[in-house]
Design a protein around this ligand. Structure first.
Ligand code: SAH
Length: 365
């Protein structure tokens, strides 16, 4: 694997503001997406199964210290019903996501996964935070196919500042991802864009890491301040002058497009966070600048509002059925169609897409 994609070139792209050059980048990302993963947009039904959390992440509204938030945990019947709804809507995957909730007991999660797999046949992705290896093994055994764990930023000091440990050594999410892969999961990771203290250099490094980790799935969204968190209450950036990455839409597209160039075969969602900062067409622009996945929200309405990792989430207005009708119209308007089947990562023969370094070069940077 090519590990030496030029940091300098990535940095120049991250700082690029010339509209014509950016147009060329979007085009290249879209062409690479088409060659690498095709025109289908895979739909993953997102079920936010619990908003309880034992952690104190400085960015996230679910943090244990946020007493303003009413907490919920879905029961087995509710989760399986939501999976059936995914099936009825023709989705190939459900994603079970939660705060880091130790109340989601390992055996219980395994049972829910097994039921969804045997009853619906859907692919199951888990995004339940940092759990024990024994639990990850048990869930894999029960049939879970994929695990999402964003490393959030490759800057260790920044990560440790915004994601405090729980007494033990600091979390090593890269090691955890390696372990998850060994267990046979498809692995997904990703970052937030514009965390206070996040530098351009660190984002260039994040991009290189996506490639080095050979990620199957990559989630990229803007950091959105939540008023009931330490970071959202206005912690100031520690980045040197001119180094702070802004948490704006344009930056998200750049990182998304570059991630696509570096990882042509990865499944990359156009995220809810992106759709939140541009409710009109953020989702579409993401899909035209590298993304090939859409994660419609299937969490039952009364809970959806409470899964408040950041405020004013894009999915609060419409029921799953209404949103599904509209998303299909929106895909058709883009000339894209919904994918069928589980939408697992497909490895493309080495000859197909040009190597990333070449891709980045041919854009005359
Ligand atoms: N507890 C799980 C799932 C967390 S929610 C875990 O820690 O992996 C999924 C993702 O939402 C996080 O990984 C983070 O990247 C994102 N997120 C959390 N707070 C956010 C915020 N304020 N703005 C934007 N994204 C946020």
């Amino acid at each position: 694997m090519n590990r030496d994609v030029d940091q300098t070139r990535l940095l120049a792209w991250l700082r690029e503001n010339d509209p014509a050059r950016l147009e060329a980048l979007w085009r290249l990302a879209d062409d690479t997406r088409r060659a690498g993963v095709g025109n289908a947009v895979h739909l993953r039904g997102l079920i936010e199964i619990s908003n309880h959390c034992v952690r104190q992440c400085a960015y996230c509204g679910l943090r244990a210290g946020n007493r303003a938030l009413a907490r919920y945990r879905m029961n087995e019947t509710e989760i399986v019903a939501a999976a059936w709804q995914a099936c009825a809507l023709g989705y190939g995957t459900v994603v079970l996501q939660a705060g880091e909730d130790t109340g989601l007991e390992g055996h219980w999660v395994a049972r829910v996964v097994r039921r969804i797999k045997t009853e619906t046949g859907l692919a199951v992705t888990l995004s339940l935070g940092e759990r024990t290896e024994a639990e990850w093994a048990q869930w894999r055994e029960a049939g879970a196919d994929r695990y999402l764990l964003r490393f959030e930023t490759s800057d260790r000091a920044l990560f440790e500042a915004i994601h405090p440990g729980r007494g033990g050594p600091p979390a090593d999410r890269l090691a955890m991802l390696a372990r998850l892969r060994q267990l046979g999961y498809e692995i997904g990771s990703g970052i937030m864009i514009g965390i206070p203290g996040q530098t351009f250099e660190s984002v260039a490094r994040d991009l290189q890491l996506f490639r080095e980790l050979d990620l199957d799935m990559i989630g990229i969204g803007p950091y959105i301040p939540h008023p009931d968190t330490p970071l959202g209450r206005g912690r100031v950036s520690t980045a040197p002058a001119g180094q702070q990455v802004p948490n704006v839409e344009g930056m998200v597209y750049k990182v998304l497009a570059l991630a696509r160039l570096l990882c042509p075969e990865a499944n990359i969602p156009s995220t809810t966070a992106l759709a939140t900062i541009n409710k009109r067409d953020g989702r579409e622009l993401g899909l035209q600048r590298g993304a090939n996945v859409w994660m419609p929200n299937l969490t039952p309405m009364p809970y959806r509002r409470l899964y408040q990792i950041y405020p004013a989430k894009a999915c609060l207005e419409e029921t799953a059925d209404a949103a599904d009708r509209r998303l299909r119209e929106r895909l058709a308007a883009l000339g894209r169609q919904a994918g069928s089947g589980p939408g697992s990562r497909k490895r493309v023969p080495a000859a197909a897409p040009a190597p990333a370094a070449q891709m980045l070069q041919c854009c005359e940077r």
